[in-house]
Design a protein around this ligand. Structure first.
Ligand code: SF4
Length: 365
């Protein structure tokens, strides 16, 4: 596997992106009312998506990556998704490629995933299915009839691949919002019953939504959900990723949920954020952002010879970076918490405490 240890210098310098979130498309076949991306102003236009050839030029400007997170939209609607992944795999050698999906296209998702895991054998490929309720509750929440059933069909197609591809990870993500916060116990139990599913993560609803009432969450309920997920990880090593280092990732997940709760409760950032330095977002048309929350573009790679570092030298990027360092913003975005924890040695004692609470995994390879 591509070793995460290649990125140890970033612990000190944090001078270049090691985590890229790439929004491959805005197109989506679901209409979830709490999707921050589809609700945003720019969603009116799907724009001219970066081609694989353009992406190869962007990838060449990046250097090696620890973590490539694809996002959307429904990422599998891009028929060339396997080529997109292969491009980053060849050029940036990411240790982890994250593929979140609403799970509504079983055949397409299974076929594309198999191509990706086969083409990227040295990367961990983590497919995350969205499950926000059990049965019709999921369909109602996501405004998408039969979506629960199709997600289960996708799960049934993906689970057998785990035997054949040791670099495949299968997980579930649930958006925690006001409309499903009382059903978390049954959702967690249901996900635990799905064969082959390792991690179950919960994302706190975020962003500027057209219906902000979805954000009226009860933080005590979020804390109970976090405690229940942590307890499951402490009890069962199978409730985690299979890759080497999964115990550390599980400890980080637990610490992350504690920090997120404190961030939302206090309305203040709890730890430094490395957005715009260690983490970057690339939009489907080439705009570069420091993170998903700050939607003021720092520039477009198409206007900078597809060189990310050229965009990072623009004055919007310099001004934006200064504001981030001055802690002018805060958020609960889980992916960024991951890097912000892993690259912050001051958090290692807390990380070690959570690590010691977890049983050793039986599935390391
Ligand atoms: S704290 Fe959140 S909003 Fe602010 S820069 Fe970091 S990721 Fe973006």
């Amino acid at each position: 596997m591509h070793s995460p240890l290649r990125h140890l210098p970033s612990l000190i310098w944090k001078h270049r992106p090691i985590q890229l979130t790439y929004f491959v498309t805005r197109r989506c076949n679901a209409r979830c009312p709490y999707c921050f991306y589809l609700q945003s102003e720019a969603a009116a236009s799907c724009g001219d998506e970066l081609s694989v050839e353009e992406l190869r030029r962007v990838a060449r400007s990046l250097g090696s990556l620890l973590w490539l997170a694809l996002s959307g939209g429904e990422i599998f609607l891009r028929r060339d998704l396997p080529e997109v992944c292969q491009t980053f795999y060849e050029v940036n050698r990411p240790a982890i490629i994250l593929l979140p999906t609403n799970g509504s296209l079983p055949d397409l998702i299974a076929e594309s995933t198999e191509r990706i895991v086969a083409q990227c054998p040295e990367s961990v490929v983590a497919v995350k299915l969205s499950i926000d309720g059990v049965g019709e509750a999921h369909d109602r929440l996501r405004n998408t009839p039969q979506s629960f059933e199709r997600t289960l069909q996708t799960h049934a197609r993906l689970a057998p691949l785990l035997e054949r591809y040791p670099n495949l990870e299968l997980g579930v993500n649930t958006v925690f919002c006001a409309a499903n916060q009382d059903a978390m116990e049954s959702i967690i139990d249901f996900v635990a019953s799905l064969p082959g599913v390792g991690t179950h993560t919960v994302s706190l609803v975020r962003g500027d939504l057209r219906q902000p009432d979805y954000k009226a969450v009860d933080l005590d309920k979020y804390a109970s959900t976090a405690a229940r997920l942590a307890e499951r990880m402490q009890r069962e090593s199978s409730a985690r990723y299979r890759f080497r280092g999964a115990r550390l990732k599980a400890a980080q997940d637990v610490l992350q949920r504690q920090l997120i709760r404190r961030t939302v409760q206090t309305g203040r950032r709890q730890i430094p954020c490395y957005a715009g330095r260690a983490n970057l977002v690339l939009g489907e048309t080439g705009e570069v952002y420091p993170c998903e929350t700050l939607t003021q573009s720092w520039g477009n790679v198409r206007e900078h010879g597809y060189d990310i570092h050229s965009v990072l030298r623009t004055s919007p990027a310099r001004r934006g970076g200064e504001a981030i360092r001055a802690a002018a913003c805060h958020c609960s975005h889980e992916c960024y918490f991951m890097t912000n924890i892993m690259l912050n040695p001051r958090l290692y004692p807390a990380l070690a405490r959570e690590w010691l609470r977890l049983p050793k995994a039986a599935l390391h390879r």
